[in-house]
Write a protein that binds this ligand. Sequence first.
Ligand SMILES: NC(=O)c1ccc[n+]([C@@H]2O[C@H](COP(=O)([O-])OP(=O)(O)OC[C@H]3O[C@@H](n4cnc5c(N)ncnc54)[C@H](O)[C@@H]3O)[C@@H](O)[C@H]2O)c1
Length: 251
Amino acid sequence: MSSLLEGKKILVMGVANQRSIAWGCVQAMQSQGATVILTYQNDRIKRSLAKFVGDTPLVECDVSEDENIAKAFKVIKNAFGTLDGIVHAIAFADKETLEGGVINTKKEGFNLAQDVSAYSLISVARYGQKLLKNGGSIVTLTYFGSTRAIPNYNMMGVAKASLEAIMRYLASDLGEKSIRVNAISAGAIKTLAVTGIKEHGKLLKLSRDRTVDGLSVTTDEVGNAASFLMSDLSTGITGDILYVDKGVHLQ
Ligand SMILES: NC(=O)c1ccc[n+]([C@@H]2O[C@H](COP(=O)([O-])OP(=O)(O)OC[C@H]3O[C@@H](n4cnc5c(N)ncnc54)[C@H](O)[C@@H]3O)[C@@H](O)[C@H]2O)c1
């Protein structure tokens, strides 16, 4: 076993099942010696997690309300003290908003997508900074539909553009506390979130066809890059986007 993250305590938010990118992060970080704590959205997901997370601690946190985030970080502080890192791997838009095209987006759908997929990073960073040690690291997950009009990605692309801007401003705000904030722009991977996108099979194929080796990126590969960003090997990197998409964004 390697020990890149030996002695580090990392909070991972956004595991829904074993296909989740966040689960790839958990496995990579645990194999590098980290102690991992998970948050889950609701009881349904908690029941699913119970089948495969073993004794990894679980804390409830639906990020749609600030109070829930405040409460979760209070629970984490009381039970585990400080943290070295936080992975934010959370996004949501309702079906109508995702499928309707940006042109048809209603205010409620816009607000919900921005709220859960982008604003939540601000709230997580605000409450999380109190627990993060000097040298702490926050990583969020984005997609290059933030800068390109990817078919059917729609409002989620708008939310990701917002998330990326938030990431840069948070990196600036938290710099004086020596807390770094970065994003990983992952290639398309078949997860629960992706299956909410209309014609997601085409999106996955488009992405796979453009990787340099014709193979999709894996959650393990994203998890390994997230481990690097959590580690002391990346102390010079903040406010940046690391593409883990096997070159798709270049083509
Ligand atoms: N799968 C991809 O192709 C891909 C590519 C690039 C970026 N991403 C991003 O990676 C992140 C993780 O997504 P994933 O693909 O692993 O899918 P996933 O469905 O496994 O994970 C999404 C997570 O968001 C959580 N979530 C949604 N609403 C929430 C709320 N109100 N409170 C708390 N949690 C909530 C869900 O419970 C779930 O755990 C997302 O930000 C997604 O946009 C995914």
